[in-house]
Design a protein around this ligand. Sequence first.
Ligand code: ZN
Length: 286
Amino acid sequence: MNSASLPSTRVTPASATARRWKPSPFMCGAAALHAGAAAALVAQPHAWPWAAGSVVASHLALTAAGLWPRSALLGPNWTRLPEHAGQRIALTIDDGPDPEVTPHVLDLLDRFDARATFFCIGELAQRYPHLVEAIVARGHAVENHSQRHRHTFSLSGPLVMKREIEAAQRTLSEIAGMPPRFFRAPAGLRNPFLEPVLCGLGLHLASWTRRGFDTCAKDAGAVAYRLLDGLAARDIVLVHDGHAARDARGKPLVLEVLPPLMRAAAERELQWTTLRACLDGESGQP
Ligand SMILES: [Zn+2]
């Protein structure tokens, strides 16, 4: 951990109320399989190939579950808004703040009177605190997308994961003036250690219903198609203000995609809300 990347002023870890961790049925099954394999080895040592094979298979299954961003096998995961959200949908914007893109995204959201959830990277928030302040001042929610957005995040153990998430929690709480309540893993990838860490910090894991791959797409049309095709109530939509891909003219794709997305939502009589508004069972404001 690079201490230079951590916030200089320590504030309360700014977590919401810690949640009690309860292993998912899938995790319980994996644990039972390990216990069964150990017992079989004691009773029948010659059966070791079967015991070893079943343990390896369970590890592969756990790894696969962590590499599937929308999976709930390792613990609760918001892939859609809860039922009480009704006709609302959530726009989530990852990997910022970005000095070139975020101000334009905020202007577009103002134009359509839409509220969004920004999953910010702690290091970038430290670099551009005024952008985080602007996000909050204009009525949007700021949530935790880790301190450094390392692509090795899902290979980390529980202590490294906790440090990374807690550092972002402090950074973002300090700047935004309120603690994040949701966490999204870098690239959506995780492992079985994540959920207990999130429970301890009072955070909820959120992934998405649909995403446009707007960090790697070549044109806005393809991104818009992925987002609009089947767009429906309670969807969680993912786009990026950081790491935004650009079209041939150099324009960030997200800025081209947001207007048709906003119009499509209006045509389908869907209202934008934030994740935390739905967590509280409120109706609209973050
Ligand atoms: Zn990201």
